[in-house]
Design a protein around this ligand. Sequence first.
Ligand code: NI
Length: 143
Amino acid sequence: MMERRNLVYVTRRERFNAAHKLWNANWTDEKNAEVFGKCANPNWHGHNYEVFVTVKGVPDKDTGYCVDLKQLSRLIENKVIQHLDHKNINLDVEFMQGKMASSEMLVIAIWDQLEMEIRALGVDLHAVKLYETENNIAEYFGE
Ligand code: NI
């Protein structure tokens, strides 16, 4: 029989509220309006974002945990949520400077904020899933 490692995927959800607009500064106002529609509203709009961070690891013999979710939550809070919550993603967020404020770009940036620090907790980052709305979701696996 094949020996199993008992690799388990564990997910923590966090939430933040933020404003943004989709706007390409290299384009005319007309082209931005044409491509992005309401999302290009010059005076911004907001979302109640939900981010799901999934890590993978083998449960510890003593705790039964892959990772202490309080520690993971604190890490996500410090590296991601504090930077985004009640902020303007286009203007206020250092790790989004020079990038489009789309869910796709945001989910990659969140991965980059977390990957190394999560490894230091003894597990590997597997996925970051970002709900911009309940219908619009971006997911990144570090590929
Ligand atoms: Ni939007």
